[in-house]
Design a protein around this ligand. Structure first.
Ligand SMILES: [Zn+2]
Length: 305
């Protein structure tokens, strides 16, 4: 079964009767707030990695390119630009969404930190696993999560292994008509789309000193007009082709099974804000198998050189 088919089946399941599960998958659950104690030094010795595993990037390779200096279109400009334009499409994989990196062969692991009353946790065990294996990843940080976890957010942002993208401010589906996903009402108009995206940019910029390159909305849903606003603001939109943890609701075995469906060029979505979920344990089972397959990993933004 291809990863893409797997993802579609998950979506079909969401529409077909396990709505509560999928709603849980996308919105935050009640989460234990206690992050687990990180294991080890957090920087596994290179000699412990078997042949073929990606190594922690060198300083030169890890240097992240600075974002282009963009003049952001103002809120009023965007509202004017799209006045009277009705959306024609809605979903998680509209044209203009990066759902995989093919023909590139390296795999991008992405982890959302959704924030909010039930989404402010931190899965230290998962992050230490990535560090132990020197596997790069991209974190999509919601502004609320950054506010709740300032020191951890700064730590992730300063680690050259990782890239930080934006996961918005209010964690809303991105719509110009208030369209909902999983029962969560989306932004209501172009102005609210601008607010959600620019607020997210500002949160990441305050953290890293540069604007993010990538954006993923709460629930990862968009209409086509909202997508255009995101692009106008200079961001690429991160979709996915492998749903790693269904909003951290999957058991470790389910997470490992999803990871088994990863193929070269896949973009995998999982969550780093539910330390009580099965995500870390699933990656502990599944990630070594991907490394044994010889798969390489990258951040969404490929460092120069
Ligand atoms: Zn989220």
């Amino acid at each position: 079964m291809s990863a893409r088919v797997t993802r579609r089946l998950l979506l079909a399941a969401g529409a077909g009767g396990v709505v509560a599960t999928v709603a849980r998958a996308v919105e935050e659950r009640d989460a234990a707030r206690m992050a687990r104690t990180p294991r080890g030094s957090g920087d596994g010795p290179a000699s412990a990695a078997p042949a073929g595993r990606p190594r922690r990037p060198t300083r030169a390779a890890a240097a992240r390119p600075s974002a282009p200096q963009l003049t952001r279109p103002s809120r009023a400009t965007e509202v004017r630009r799209y006045a009277g334009l009705s959306p024609r499409a809605w979903g998680m994989d509209l044209p203009g969404t990066t759902t995989d990196l093919a023909p590139a062969r390296a795999v991008a692991l992405t982890f959302d930190a959704c924030g909010g009353p039930h989404g402010d946790g931190y899965d230290a065990r998962l992050v230490e696993l990535l560090r132990h294996h020197a596997v790069p990843a991209t974190f999509f940080l919601n502004a609320r999560w950054v506010r709740a976890n300032p020191s951890i957010a700064a730590e992730l942002a300063s680690d050259p292994l990782f890239e930080v993208g934006s996961h918005g401010v209010r964690h809303l589906p991105l719509s110009v008509t208030g369209r909902a996903a999983y029962g969560i009402r989306g932004t209501r108009d172009v102005g609210q789309v601008w607010d959600e995206v620019c607020g997210g940019i500002d949160a990441v910029e305050a953290l890293t000193g540069r604007a993010p390159r990538w954006f993923r909305s709460g629930t990862a849903h968009y209409d086509d007009v909202a997508l255009r606003v995101v692009h106008d603001l200079g961001l690429q939109v991160a979709g996915f082709d492998v749903n790693g943890d269904a909003g951290a609701t999957f058991s470790p075995a389910q997470v490992a099974a999803q990871l088994a469906g990863v193929r070269p060029g896949s973009v995998v979505i999982s969550h780093v804000n539910h330390p009580d979920g099965g995500t870390a344990a699933g990656y502990e089972r599944g990630l070594p198998l991907l490394l044994e397959r010889g798969l390489l990993f990258r951040r969404l933004t490929q460092p120069p050189g």
